[in-house]
Design a protein around this ligand. Structure first.
Ligand SMILES: *[C@@H]1O[C@H](CO)[C@@H](O)[C@H](O)[C@H]1NC(C)=O
Ligand SMILES: [Zn+2]
Length: 438
């Protein structure tokens, strides 16, 4: 990206509102690493804004982050992405996704699916990420790092979604544009979905629709913060509730009731350590690739008052599966809870239906040279998109998951720029593979 040396002469007011970015200018593209650094070490705010304005990539990223798009409220960001891609000669499909439950009054939300206007076939290479974010909204900002250097590449860009996943969205769009500029015949498509942070309702809608050209999509490139590593896979996921039903009584006469808490405690103590117990002894299996299966009892609710024997108790549990299928894990969990509670009067049941989302560990492709390889512990939209058996799937993107949902969500200009290069490398490898097949 180009940091023009004449920026000081132009007093540009940074676009405060997200507005369609001026057309992507081919002649503005120049090789990374050839940017000229300003000579002073301190930037004032206007200068920082100029640096962003001067880069079409960073401007797009800014415009995306400035639009609040907490899951359920993706209307504006979706239309913005659609408009931007239309301005770049893409044919854009806005695929409506039903509103989030309880938010029926909010404006329509859309997955954005785009292919170059010139293409006659469905794309063979699809880049995809998500346009929703977790709450709360954090405004966009640019600053110099603490150890202020004069290199614009070191500038820090902060704000909700700056990393997860608008950094990926902007980098994927520019990697696609730059590839098409060099190779107009590259068979590329873009998909930006809603609702990734709340279970993937957007990707499910896409997956089940005619737009999911399973047989055509030979390569899928998912964008999430991976610190520019190629992710070899992530754990599976399974959720469940433990429910205990007893009967209430005065706490002075507990034998007259059946305590739901007394019964749920041993169940939960056992559930809590299932990831540490060897599989042969009834625990949940580990794997060399992903390490142990982990469980999180994230929510517990029980009882009404200290002087009443509680008749009801419930706990919500999330499992990150390192090995095996959700079906196998359900049996192990069921057996563990039965064993732990057989001596109690209150009834304890495991309810797997309350959390329908479940999937086994997701193995991904890493057969492109020049990347660090890592596994991650977070879930993605990868399992939500049905693909053909031979489809290659990659997971890659700028920024760190460790800041992704935090108050300090931020990444550097360098990380965004490098991600464009990384995505282009993954695209090129896919183009080369397609060439070999043809
Ligand atoms: C879009 O296509 C038109 C017509 O071919 C062309 O004139 C224009 O430069 C293209 N715009 C971009 C941004 O590539
Ligand atoms: Zn994400």
């Amino acid at each position: 990206m180009k940091f023009s040396s004449c920026i000081a002469a132009v007093a540009v007011i940074a676009g405060v509102n997200a507005s369609p970015h001026p057309a992507y200018q081919q002649q503005d593209q120049q090789a990374l690493g050839t940017t000229s650094s300003p000579s002073t070490t301190g930037y004032d705010q206007l200068k920082l804004e100029d640096i962003i304005n001067d880069s079409p990539l960073l401007s797009l990223h800014r415009d995306l982050v400035k639009i609040e798009s907490i899951s359920g409220n993706e209307h504006d960001v979706g239309l913005f992405v659609a408009q931007f891609l239309e301005s770049q000669n893409f044919t854009v499909v806005k695929q409506e996704v039903p509103p989030v439950k309880g938010q029926e009054d909010t404006k329509a939300r859309y997955n954005i699916y785009a292919v170059p206007k010139s293409s006659t076939q469905p794309p063979s290479i699809l880049l995809t990420s998500h346009i929703d974010t977790v709450p709360p909204f954090i405004p966009y900002s640019v600053r110099q790092p603490q150890d202020a250097t004069s290199d614009p590449e070191d500038l820090i860009i902060a704000g909700r979604g700056s990393v997860d996943a608008k950094g990926s969205v902007a980098a994927q769009i520019f990697a696609t544009l730059e590839t098409l500029e060099e190779n107009p015949d590259a068979s590329l498509g873009l998909l930006f979905v809603v609702g990734e942070e709340i279970g993937g309702d957007g990707m499910h809608v896409f997956s089940d629709s005619k737009l999911n050209q399973k047989e055509a999509f030979k390569t899928l490139i998912f964008g999430e913060p991976t610190e520019a590593a190629l992710v070899s896979g992530h754990k599976g996921m399974l959720g469940f509730q433990v429910l205990a039903h007893g009967s209430a009584a005065h706490s002075g006469y507990p034998w007259l009731g059946k305590s739901a808490v007394s019964a749920i405690l041993p169940a939960l103590s056992r559930v809590d350590i299932l990831g540490n117990i060897p599989a042969e002894e009834g625990g949940l299996p580990a794997s060399p690739k992903y390490g142990p299966t982990t469980l999180n009892i994230g929510k517990i609710r029980a009882g009404v008052a200290t002087n009443v024997v509680p008749s009801e108790a419930m706990a919500d549990v999330a499992v990150r599966l390192a090995e095996g299928t959700p079906e196998e894990a359900r049996k192990i969990i069921q057996r563990a809870v039965e064993d732990a509670t057989k001596d109690f009067e209150a009834e304890v049941v495991v309810d797997f239906k309350s959390h329908q989302e479940s999937y086994p560990p997701q193995d991904l492709d890493v057969d492109v040279e020049g990347f660090d390889v890592a596994t991650v512990n977070y879930g993605t939209d990868v399992p939500n998109l049905a693909v053909a058996a031979s489809t290659k799937r990659y997971l890659y993107g700028p920024g760190s998951i460790f800041v992704a949902h935090g108050d300090n969500e931020a990444l550097s200009v360098r990380q965004i720029n490098e991600a464009v290069v990384g995505y282009k490398k993954l695209i090129q490898a896919a183009v080369d593979r397609d060439g070999q097949v043809a």
